[in-house]
Design a protein around this ligand. Structure first.
Ligand code: SF4
Ligand code: SF4
Length: 503
């Protein structure tokens, strides 16, 4: 057992309000500069939808992530070593400008300089490439709140396999539904970006699993951009280097949560340490598809287990990190309560950011100006577990996103969430917990004690409950004193010099 620590983020999708504060906080902190205009290290997508860049989940087109060959061996979907060489100067799997959007700004000065007239002046949009006026036709989350539309929802790759009748129903105006999906780099355990980089510029640092680009070594081959199935590496046209989410490691090292998490208005984000067994990564990511998810979750170790603690100590993980792993809200949701899942485990990158899938309202129809829920007459609400199939977001859709198509996994999570909701509603509205409510909890595989704990961490957590950050050992950080390359894998890189094109 080779124990490693990973700083991990958890997104409670039931709570995301799609305000994009996270994206803007990240943008202002890290990518508000030349060459990074179109970079959204954190973005929030409306789902069902095509996401950002458009259609990023279509790996037939983008060739991201890993695949398992006929002999059970793992291969980059993008290329082999030899064919990679042939593609060095032309890579058709790269997203293009149109898949992102043409960066633009507004002529704000017109607001001040326009001559006096009858109408209020407006700030016209101009392209940041040509500086000519443009008509804006796309952008990050251009399909904001248009989840049911024929353009976006209909072209969502995760809608594949969903019954045609259900798809049709979903686009009827009174049944339209959407949820939000915030995304950052998943700081994967088996990152395809690292596997594809010909220059060896991308690496996963050992102390907390953050995946970083060494901009001094990056040679702009952009294989990482193509190989990341989540499209979370971006190419900076100004410096000629790749850039990606750094999980705000300078903030983590000073005891602060990443900017996206700290600023999250819905308080949907949690952060904590997960311990995992690095010896098992190769086996896990080569598993047949139906075993992938379980294997990945199994790889996460119990920080209370004495053998794990001993192995962690032997690997140099300090007591303070083990203590943080024990108090980690991510561990609690992922392992103890079994409520959170990685995004698209079938990409075989072993993504280490986790999501709690969202509940959605019951299918309804309009009859004589009244909304009619698709439930039997005697039922007014959506509290009984067998009604999950009446949810507007099909379970199959969520399964395509989070559980390699296995609906049972999603049902289990949603049942538990419904059980929590019902229990607390009975308690606060009806003022009593009946036998039938307890039976509901049992059917969902939970108990009143667990429900209370889930409720507390979901609805009324303090900032210290949400972000359990271990102390980073700045006293052993050597990056400001020595050449960090000599200590690769041991500590974070600082930019001793800013990246320069051609360097
Ligand atoms: S999500 Fe992040 S770590 Fe994973 S492959 Fe993409 S860029 Fe690399
Ligand atoms: S800030 Fe939080 S609630 Fe708002 S969009 Fe981002 S993740 Fe969702």
């Amino acid at each position: 057992m080779r124990v490693r620590a990973q700083m991990s983020m958890l997104f409670h999708l039931d709570k995301c309000i799609g305000c994009h504060t996270c994206s803007v906080a990240c943008k202002n902190l890290w990518t508000d500069r030349k060459g990074a205009e179109y970079m959204w290290w954190n973005n929030v997508e409306t789902r069902p939808g095509t996401g950002y860049p458009t259609g990023w989940e279509d790996q037939d087109h983008y060739k991201g992530g890993w695949r398992r060959d006929e002999n059970g061996r793992l291969k980059l979907r993008l290329h082999s070593r030899a064919s990679g060489l042939a593609k060095l100067f032309f890579n058709p799997a790269l997203p293009e400008l149109d898949d992102y959007y043409e960066p633009f700004t507004f002529k704000y000065n017109d607001l001040f300089d326009s001559p006096q007239g009858e109408h209020q002046p407006t700030a016209e949009p101009v392209s940041k490439i040509t500086w000519q006026p443009i008509e804006i036709t796309s952008g990050p989350n251009w399909d904001d709140d248009l989840g049911g539309s024929d353009i976006y929802a209909a072209n969502d790759p995760s809608m594949n396999g969903i019954d045609a009748a259900i798809r049709e129903q979903m686009s009827e105006i009174e049944r339209v539904v959407f949820n939000y999906l915030p995304r950052i780099c998943n700081h994967c355990l088996n990152p395809a970006c690292v596997g594809a980089c010909p220059s060896g510029a991308i690496y996963k640092r050992a102390e907390d699993g953050v995946v970083l680009v060494n901009e001094d070594k990056c040679r702009a081959w952009r294989m990482c951009v193509a190989a990341c199935p989540y499209k979370k590496v971006y190419y900076n046209w100004s410096t000629g280097k790749s850039e990606k989410c750094i999980l705000c490691f300078p903030r983590l090292e000073t005891g602060q949560a990443p900017a996206c998490a700290h600023s999250c208005v819905g308080r949907i984000r949690y952060m904590g340490v997960l311990l995992y067994d690095a010896d098992r990564i190769a086996d896990v990511v080569s598993m047949p598809e139906d075993q992938l998810l379980d294997a990945q979750l199994d790889m996460i170790l119990d920080p209370w287990d004495d053998r794990v603690v001993a192995a962690a100590a032997a690997a140099g993980i300090g007591d303070d990190w083990i203590d943080a792993a024990r108090r980690s809200p991510v561990y609690q949701f992922v392992k103890v309560w079994g409520m959170a899942l990685p995004l698209h485990p079938e990409y075989r990158t072993a993504a280490m950011m986790f999501y709690i899938p969202p509940l959605s309202p019951v299918i309804s129809s309009i009859e004589g100006n009244l909304t009619r829920l698709d439930l039997p007459e005697e039922r007014e609400d959506f509290e009984l577990l067998e009604d999950l199939d009446k949810a507007r977001l099909p379970v199959q859709y969520l399964a395509n996103l989070f559980s390699v198509g296995d609906e049972e996994v999603i049902r289990k999570v949603l049942k538990k969430m419904l059980a929590v909701r019902t229990y607390k509603r009975r308690q606060s509205v009806d003022g009593e917990i009946t036998e039938s409510t307890l039976a509901l909890l049992e059917a969902a595989g939970t108990t009143p004690e667990e429900v209370e704990a889930i409720y507390k961490l979901t609805t009324i957590p303090t900032i210290d409950d949400r972000f359990v950050l271990p102390p980073y050992h700045r006293e052993v950080s050597i990056e400001t004193l020595n050449d960090p390359l000599a200590y690769k894998g041991e500590t974070g890189f600082g930019y001793i010099e800013p990246p320069r094109r051609g360097a």
